[in-house]
Design a protein around this ligand. Structure first.
Ligand SMILES: [Zn+2]
Length: 409
């Protein structure tokens, strides 16, 4: 699957998991295991031989992105049209959602013949949240557009002559005799990913945070050979944008219990005592790359970056460092990351947040703390983070993929 096809298909975390499985399953044999939990997926490639010093080489990325989710009772009508009331998921840049062509997609749960079933859907219609005309909002260009997320983001989905309730539209996706019980539907930017820039050096797409990292990990995982002694682990986890404390998130037991499961299935098969060693002690000597997007310096707002730590588009993989430990990077993991980069001619740049601005975070600290695994926070530089339409550099994606290949060599 091509990169752009992956971006276009991954319109919800559930769709991301499906696209990842398609991408990963194509070239893998019996030495790769998959573990799935809703919008999260873990792929593990077994080493050629397992022994007491077998460790884990883990790359992590989140499958979710900021969005507008359709509420359980979304319907209203006004001014001759029917609208859907959304609830905010994560922290989208509200203004970027206006005047865009919005698709809808997600999971339906229904009852059929007494059984519970689910179905992944992607509607083929386009909705919209129109801006108020400048004539009716004088001063908007001088004062800035303020968006009240409760009142200003209802999506227009059909005219008053159309269907009355959105659930009726969802119901029509189900087989005959099925009864819709619940849904998890979100809106998304329907415009396909495109190259940008005069030399086609950039990528414009929705959801690049963090599909770009998911794709780099999957692409490298697919092309990496089994390691001699170490487990190759690709972990795609959900709900980072809302704090990770969910069944599918980095705060869950998903990764740890999966590693335990794979290790015990192995050690129970072998009688050699040399293989016996607890997970925690293996993890202490393992290494994790927590991969999430990084803020590139914006040419119109260079003062928003710390001047000596301002990554640029096309400048290579970004190492994220924060003394308040919003990132998991530390002196040990940073050095290890730098060595891999240097040995493989992969340029890197370092990000530190300004002291007068709060720093974002990633799944890195949670994973590093709960597993006790040395972890470094890195990512591709990007602009327009959390906009419905983001921007990255082709060359940085290639460097990230190459870094992962080197990590799993
Ligand atoms: Zn992210």
């Amino acid at each position: 699957m091509e990169y752009f096809e992956f971006l276009n298909k991954s319109v919800t975390p559930y769709h991301t998991v499906e696209a990842l499985k398609t991408l990963l399953e194509t070239q893998n044999g019996e030495n790769t295991r998959f573990f799935e939990r809703g919008g999260a997926l873990i792929a593990i490639r077994l080493p050629k031989q397992i022994c007491s010093d077998s460790r884990f080489r883990i790359a992590l990325a989140h499958t979710d992105f900021p969005t507008l989710k359709i509420t359980p009772n979304p319907d209203s009508s006004a001014a001759g049209v029917r609208t859907l009331h959304p609830e905010i998921y994560g922290s989208p840049l509200f203004t970027s959602w206006l005047d865009r062509d919005l698709g809808y997609a997600g999971l339906l749960a229904y009852e059929l013949g007494g059984n519970l079933e689910t179905k992944l859907i992607r509607g083929d219609k386009l909705f919209r949240i129109p801006q108020l005309a400048v004539h009716l909002n004088r001063g908007v260009n001088q004062e800035g557009l303020k968006v009240n997320p409760q009142t200003d983001l209802n999506a227009l989905w059909t005219s008053i002559g159309g269907k009355e309730r959105f659930v009726d539209a969802l119901q029509s996706e189900l087989p005959a005799g099925a009864r819709l019980l619940d849904f998890d539907i979100q809106l998304f930017d329907a415009q396909p990913a495109q190259f940008g820039g005069f030399e086609n050096e950039w990528i414009y797409s929705g959801r690049l945070d963090n599909l770009s990292s998911c794709h780099a990990i999957a692409e490298a995982f697919k092309n990496a050979a089994p390691l001699e002694k170490d487990f190759t682990v690709a972990a795609f986890i959900n709900n980072e944008e809302v704090g990770s404390e969910t069944r599918e998130g980095a705060g869950s037991n998903f990764l740890k219990s999966t590693l335990e499961e794979i290790l015990s299935s192995f050690t129970s098969q072998t009688s050699e005592r040399a293989c016996e060693r607890p997970l925690s002690s293996r993890l202490a000597e393992s290494f994790a790359l927590s991969i999430d997007m990084a803020h590139a310096c914006h040419p119109n707002f260079v003062q928003k970056h710390e001047s000596n730590h301002a990554p640029v588009l096309g400048g290579g993989v970004v190492l994220k460092v924060n003394s308040q430990k919003r990132y998991a990077s530390d002196v040990f993991s940073n050095a290890r990351f730098k060595l891999i980069c240097e040995q493989n001619n992969i340029p890197y740049q370092t990000f530190v947040m300004r002291n007068d601005m709060p720093c974002g975070s990633t799944v890195g600290p949670a994973i590093s703390a709960s597993l006790g695994i040395p972890t470094v926070d890195i990512g591709e530089p990007m602009l327009s983070m959390h906009s419905i339409r983001e921007m990255t550099d082709v060359a940085d994606h290639e460097k990230m993929t190459r870094l992962l290949l080197a990590f799993w060599k």
